[in-house]
Design a protein around this ligand. Structure first.
Ligand SMILES: [Zn+2]
Length: 277
């Protein structure tokens, strides 16, 4: 019996091995349809539980940056429209989910000084989606919990434990007390893919270096939520700096074509309402 199980799992794994755009081997057990369902369901839950910003200038700024980025994302990563929501929360946080969903908290807009730095955040988050990192994270979790989450999706149930597992895999665990930081290899890949994407979208990739320098400064006083799922390390800024030799020409080409967005950050981002802890 054990032998058969071993063969079944092995065949399943071999058939699920793919390569990321930077050449890493990936074990991705879920179909994109399953991943999209998880992303969409999680996003709907967040929209119900976190206040949404109605400030027009703030929404325009975030939409403008996100639109510029998402129009350059390959259809293989997501078909159809992307939905962008600005959450009215002091958390320094942002995320992107399979199924074309992007969430930006007003708190992170106090760290991002301009469109280039917000472009760096959204580029990085969308980079995680393009490279199917949540698929890998859920697949790794699943190896020790075989079949649990797949069964839940197949049955269409939204059982609480499974939902927590998805949310953690999708990078939203902090909200629900299950923290699962991205690994160093995922972070490094999202940095590179994100920097190229922002540059091709007309944002100055130097903004990504400045952004992470700002994050590091913030970390000294009180670590922002964003850093708990996207741990910073000494090599990150160095790698982003080195990769500029590749991404700057992409940006300059776009700039020459007149493809630089003009997203204006509002002078004042309204403070979010007091929230229950
Ligand atoms: Zn990340």
């Amino acid at each position: 019996m054990k032998y058969y199980l071993f063969v079944i799992i092995s065949v399943f794994l071999v058939s699920s091995c793919t390569k990321s755009s930077t050449g890493r081997s990936q074990v991705a057990l879920y179909s994109s349809n399953e991943l999209n369902k998880m992303g969409v369901a999680s996003f709907e839950e967040m929209k119900k539980s976190i206040p949404i910003s109605k400030d027009v200038a703030t929404n325009n700024f975030v939409q403008c940056v996100a639109n510029a980025i998402t129009k350059n994302v390959s259809k293989t990563a997501h078909q159809g429209e992307w939905e962008v929501v600005v959450f009215d929360s002091a958390q320094v946080n942002a995320f992107a989910l399979p199924g074309g969903k992007i969430g930006v908290y007003t708190g992170i807009l106090n760290v991002t000084e301009n469109q280039d730095q917000l472009g760096a955040i959204i580029g990085h988050e969308v980079g995680h989606v393009i490279e199917q990192h949540s698929n890998e994270r859920l697949s790794a979790g699943q190896l020790s919990n075989m079949g649990l989450a797949i069964a839940a999706i197949a049955l269409g149930t939204q059982e609480k434990d499974n939902r927590m597992l998805w949310m953690a895999g999708l990078g939203l665990g902090l909200q629900y007390g299950v923290l699962m930081p991205y690994s160093r290899s995922h972070e490094s890949e999202a940095d590179i893919v994100g920097q190229d994407l922002m540059a091709r979208s007309g944002f100055n990739p130097k903004g990504s270096v400045k952004l992470w320098q700002n994050m590091a400064k913030l970390n000294k006083n009180s670590p922002p939520e964003f850093l708990s799922t996207h741990p910073s390390n000494k090599t990150r800024i160095k790698q982003l700096n080195t990769h500029l030799t590749f991404s700057m020409p992409l940006y300059l080409t776009e700039k020459k074509k007149g493809g630089t967005p003009n997203c204006i950050k509002p002078k004042v981002i309204p403070k979010p309402p007091e929230q229950k802890k």
